[in-house]
Design a protein around this ligand. Sequence first.
Ligand code: ATP
Ligand code: MG
Length: 190
Amino acid sequence: MKNIIIFGAPGSGKGTYSDEIVARYNMGHISTGDVLRGEIKQGTQLGKIAKGYIDNGQLIPDELMIDILANTYDSMPEGKGVIFDGFPRTIPQAEALKQMLAQRGHDMGVMIELIVDEDTLMTRLLNRAKEQGRADDNEETIKKRFAVYHNQTAPLAEWFQTEGMRHTFTWEGSKELMLENIFKFLDTLK
Ligand code: ATP
Ligand code: MG
């Protein structure tokens, strides 16, 4: 499978659909949120820096994030497509990803955009807070993350459009229906 960038607001289901896609097409998976939470758990220097931003609903600075992404990518087994979950989140990150992959002779592949209304997102994130207890899943921080998404990340959709990579899937109330539509599209690629 080609590389896939999965794109959408906090709580839009990036991680959930990534797991399903990874299982079906036997791909690698990079979730930058999971990478950062792993660093925090291990108490590394990077984790300490990241925690300050994450707990505040802010993005980690681009330069740092781009380095983390490149290191993570280079540690993946070669020859499989990778699903990028949570990266890029800014235009400089997208430009850096394009360049990093080109330097390695790889292609960016396709972008899958998940559109979900904000009330549904908020309900999901507050439910997740009860189940997983993520420090940034509280109403105040979620609102900040939505604002960051609108201001810094959502404009990237146009960037992908220009690259001819953008494929949009809109929530219609069922995870099964979303997956059916996403798989139908991905099955045409290979
Ligand atoms: P969800 O996992 O439900 O889609 P989310 O997109 O807010 O929600 P993560 O992708 O796990 O959650 O990211 C959590 C936090 O990690 C972000 O709010 C941000 O602080 C930091 N982060 C993750 N990826 C990046 C990135 N590419 N650039 C900058 N910061 C990032
Ligand atoms: Mg996630």
